[in-house]
Design a protein around this ligand. Structure first.
Ligand code: PMP
Length: 468
């Protein structure tokens, strides 16, 4: 018996009629606001209630259809409800759903395929641990592993980094607003400047100073009066996602790898957002010519939004006692089945090649924005993880209000975008990795139109008494 899923009817083209939110979305949002915690986040800026979704398109309860360049915050690498993945999940539903951490045929296959994605030299020495099914839980696991293996306490993290919302993951995250109200964070975390921006992280050097950032870290770790005991780990993203789509500088990363290796400090690379092909290679670290000691992966592992999280680590760190990092939901067989099917689709459709091509297309289309206004401070990204940073051309300050206006204007035109970075001044794009050229063009055109509209409404900066 063939079954046509209800989502198959979602139009594959944007269509917005009337106001956003429409009347039915408004009802859901109002009920949500009455019943749910104020800590909810996306619906504040993307005020829709979602009815169903297919591919790169989301339909709200009012029948509006949006192109989804948020894609579940980077989870939906093959878009919503890829039919092959759904078929594999549906088959698995009748076999086994929950398996704790027992071996099962589908988990065995998933494990084999995950290890096979690693570069050859890493495969043999890599172990996998299945964590509670969120990125933050896997970050916690990575930190616990490194602390256990080294017997050390301190951790080095980078400014602008984001690693999740559990107490430990938040402690190594740069976002001050999330951690400030919470007393009693994980102790021993030291933040260093991230060598990633074209500009100096502390605004001193006009041409950036990524080499300085690496040297600063090296100095702190080797100076007997540097204030930082030899740490249990250094944790970093290779493209800071929530921090505003900031790709790390290659030389910076290589120097961090060299220092950590020299000092015997495990390097944790958080690939929760960059992993599973988002940047054009399975993992972003492949483009940096390094081998990390621990890789954290989650979001897109199942390709369809079923939760799963893993750490991949050098077996020399395998000092854990049985049960050292447990979690009831570590055996999501549906996610494993989905992940296996998703990798099949990646191979058949050459998804990574699409990331490279569509990534180039998106970047060059976004670059055009620079010619239209001097509010575009930067356009950057890797693969299909890209951002447009909006800054005040006079003061150089982040223009978060403008970015949010672009996000709202894009939504009204049928495009879902995210914002992030300092003061949320970066318009972020995380489309499905199988996005089409036509959809990329629509997104670029929409962002241009939303930006032009938002600029027309932006109160001109007043500086030194002169209206600019
Ligand atoms: N690390 C990175 C790099 C992330 O982007 C995120 C989520 N945005 C996390 C960790 C946390 O993942 P989760 O929300 O699944 O806990």
């Amino acid at each position: 018996m063939t079954h046509t899923p209800p989502s198959a009817g979602v139009p594959q083209t944007p269509r917005v009629t009337g106001e956003v939110p429409g009347p039915r979305s408004r009802e859901y949002l109002e009920r949500q606001a009455r019943r749910e915690s104020t800590a909810r986040s996306y619906p504040y800026r993307l005020p829709i209630a979602i009815a169903r979704a297919q591919g790169a398109y989301v339909e709200d309860v009012d029948g509006n259809v949006f192109l989804d360049f948020l894609a579940g915050a980077g989870v939906l690498s093959l878009g919503h409800n890829h039919p092959d993945v759904i078929a594999a999940v549906t088959d698995q539903l009748g076999v086994l759903v929950h398996g704790l951490d027992f071996p099962t045929p589908v988990k065995d296959r998933f494990t084999e395929l995950q290890l096979a994605q690693l570069p050859e030299p890493m495969r043999e020495r890599t172990r996998i641990h299945f964590c509670g099914p969120t990125g933050a839980n896997a970050v916690d696991a990575a930190l616990k592993l490194c602390k256990t293996a080294t017997g050390r306490e301190d951790v080095i993290a980078f400014q602008g980094g984001f690693h999740g919302a559990t107490l430990a993951a938040m402690s190594v995250t740069g976002l001050v607003s999330q951690k400030e109200p919470v007393r009693g964070r994980m102790p021993g975390v030291h933040f260093f400047p991230y060598g990633g921006s074209a500009r100096c992280p502390v605004g001193l050097h006009p041409d950036g100073c990524n080499a300085h950032a690496a040297a600063f870290l090296e100095h702190a770790l080797t100076d007997p009066n540097g204030g930082v005991p030899l740490p249990a780990a250094v944790i970093m993203e290779l493209v800071q996602g929530e921090g505003g789509v900031v790709p790390a500088d290659v030389e910076f990363v290589q120097r961090v790898r060299a220092i950590t290796r020299e000092l015997g400090v495990p390097l944790i690379v958080d690939e929760v957002q960059t992993g599973c092909g988002r940047t054009g290679t399975w993992f972003a670290f492949e483009q940096y010519g390094i081998e990390p000691d621990v890789v954290v992966a989650s979001k897109a592992l199942s390709g369809v939004g079923l939760p799963v999280a893993i750490i991949l680590y050098d077996e020399k760190l395998d000092s854990w006692a049985p049960g050292a990092h447990t979690g009831t939901f570590r055996g999501n067989q549906l996610a494993f089945a989905a992940g296996v099917a998703a990798l099949d689709v990646y191979a058949r459709e050459d998804t990574l090649a699409n990331v490279a091509e569509r990534g180039r297309q998106l970047l060059s289309r976004l670059e055009e924005l620079k010619k239209t206004t001097d509010w575009v401070g930067d356009v950057r990204g890797l693969g299909l993880m890209q951002g447009v940073e909006l800054t005040d051309p006079v003061t150089g300050r982040p223009a978060g209000g403008l970015a949010k206006a672009v996000q709202a204007g894009a939504l009204r035109r049928g495009l879902i975008l995210e914002v992030g970075g300092r003061d949320d001044c970066v318009v972020r794009m995380l489309p499905p990795l199988n996005v089409t050229a036509a959809d990329v063009d629509f997104a670029a055109d929409t962002i241009a139109a939303a930006l032009a509209e938002a600029l027309a409404e932006t109160e001109p900066t007043v500086q030194g008494g002169t209206r600019i």
